[in-house]
Design a protein around this ligand. Structure first.
Ligand code: ADE
Length: 329
């Protein structure tokens, strides 16, 4: 019987077999250990299935990537990055989708992830039209806690948006999709310039070929392709705006026009938009990354200046996971 080596990547919670009392030996899982159900997510390089562990009956979201497609589209570094980041987040108890284990067969790679029963945040905003301030406050606070943890580890998400915030069975927010993430201090292999041997500039940061989703992308990514944790704070500002107003701040028919608006920080605040939320959004949607609220906070202690904004009055950031989220309305 094939048994895992001690360096196995299997993070599964479920011991399958024990050799003796202090050594839990686990099988490397395979697709045969799960019953695959409906498709619950689709990306350009993956399909996510709802799946049930046949041994435990537990539900998981399994992200399946076709190797041939990834190689053809030259996305291997993105898949590796996603696994690396998910492993870095494996100890986080809250705010992130968890990676339980990975395995592969000849054609595909499998990521066994926590199943967020209530799906993406986006359809909840759309269905409801917008969120009231209680609800916006709560989800903004949970996303902020996630960003504090992520940035504390030196990870920039780079594609934060309401589609990448999932809601678990208890309606708590889980950040997902780390395929576009950047780990600070690591050479960025998803970066086109890293393969460009002519590049000898004295820039301290590499320029990345990567640009996130149009509506949430920051001006610095559009103008000089340099991202920092503050680029996620920009996206965070866009998401707060969207929860309050129902639509993202920078909208237009063409991507080009959206980019022009972003570069000019050209957005309008509709009548009735909560004044304190408007103030916070205005402090996050600032063209110069270093001038955004939180950009100069010490990463090791979290976004103290954002937490201290009056918008978050009444939020106990340490108690979010134990709280019952306010109903969406
Ligand atoms: N869609 C994509 N990933 C998902 C997950 N982990 N849970 C639920 N829906 C998803």
């Amino acid at each position: 019987q094939k048994q895992n080596q001690s360096h196995s990547q299997n993070n599964s919670q479920e011991p399958i077999e024990g050799q003796n009392s202090n050594q839990v030996v686990r099988h490397k899982r395979s697709p045969k250990d799960f019953i695959f159900g409906k498709v619950i997510g689709e990306g350009s390089f993956s399909t996510v299935y709802l799946a049930k562990d046949i041994h435990t009956n537990k539900e998981y979201a399994i992200k399946v990537c076709e190797k041939r497609h990834i190689i053809k589209e030259r996305k291997t570094q993105y898949v590796k990055r996603e696994k690396e980041v998910l492993n870095m987040l494996a100890n986080a108890k809250h705010y992130f989708v968890r990676l339980f284990c990975t395995f592969q067969d000849v054609e595909r790679l499998y990521f066994v992830l926590s199943y967020a029963k209530n799906g993406e945040l986006l359809p909840h905003i759309t269905k409801n039209g917008s969120f009231d301030i209680e609800c916006t406050k709560f989800y903004s606070a949970e996303i902020l806690r996630g960003l504090e943890y992520l940035h504390g580890l030196g990870i920039i998400h780079r594609d934060l948006k309401p589609e990448n915030i999932l809601l678990d069975d208890k309606m708590h927010a889980l950040i997902t999709d780390f395929g576009s993430a950047k780990i600070l201090g690591e050479p960025d292999q998803t970066d086109s310039s890293s393969q460009d041997h002519r590049e000898t500039s004295t820039r301290t940061q590499r320029r990345n070929s990567f640009v996130g989703t149009a509506q949430y992308v920051s001006p610095e990514l559009l103008s000089n392709k340099i991202s920092s944790p503050a680029s996620d704070l920009w996206a965070f500002g866009c998401i707060i705006y969207q929860m309050v107003a129902g639509l993202p701040p920078f909208r237009s028919r063409s991507e080009y026009q959206i980019f022009q608006k972003i570069l000019q920080v050209d957005y309008e605040v509709p009548d009735g938009f909560c004044e304190v939320a408007r103030n916070l959004v205005g402090l996050l949607l600032v063209r110069e990354p270093s001038q955004r609220l939180g950009a100069n906070d010490k990463q090791s202690i979290g976004y103290t200046s954002i937490r201290a904004h009056p918008f978050f009055n009444g939020i106990d950031f340490e108690k979010l996971p134990e709280q019952t989220p306010p109903p969406i309305c």
